[in-house]
Design a protein around this ligand. Structure first.
Ligand code: SME
Length: 150
């Protein structure tokens, strides 16, 4: 399914949301099911007290990395940089935390509420170099939509 067709589905899930984690879970499920190269889709949220990211709802294989220190791995770097991070080939990254040997690429988009980076959506792919600017724009839309609930 293409991104334009997916946007109304995301908007509907947000509009009908009654419980945040259930909505986030539904978004993970829809994204993983609809985009064939999205093999793991999950949310991490900032814990400013411990300076770590905590795993939230996700779709895909369970991961041991339920807590990630700021600065560590792709996710931890986005917690510090506040920038999108697109990794076409994870094997080329030094500061990378492997969750699953099948993963070849990753994209992480920060989630801003009132200008503050409060978490992120993280997507792993088993395909090499699948992500384009269209993924970034679409996932920014997803994060902006979720921000209206937070
Ligand atoms: N690969 C991530 C860790 C999270 S897993 O992909 C679920 C990273 O390097 O931060």
């Amino acid at each position: 399914m293409n991104f334009e067709a997916l946007k109304p589905k995301i908007t509907n899930l947000i509009s009908n949301s009654s419980a945040l984690n259930e909505t986030l879970q539904s978004i993970c499920d829809v994204l993983k099911t609809s985009i064939d190269y999205y093999d793991w889709v999950g949310f991490y949220f900032r814990d400013g007290t411990t300076e770590t990211l905590k795993l939230g709802p996700y779709a895909g294989a369970p991961t041991d990395h339920t807590t990630i220190p700021f600065g560590k791995g792709i996710c931890g770097q986005v917690a510090v940089s506040n920038q999108n991070f697109v990794v076409p080939d994870v094997s080329a990254q030094d500061n990378y935390i492997s969750c699953n040997i099948n993963v070849k690429s990753e994209i992480v988009i920060p989630l801003f509420v009132d200008g503050k980076n409060i978490g992120q959506i993280d997507i792993d792919s088993n395909t090499l170099n699948p992500f384009t600017k269209a993924d970034e724009r679409f996932l920014e839309f997803v994060c902006q939509s979720i921000a209206t609930l937070l």
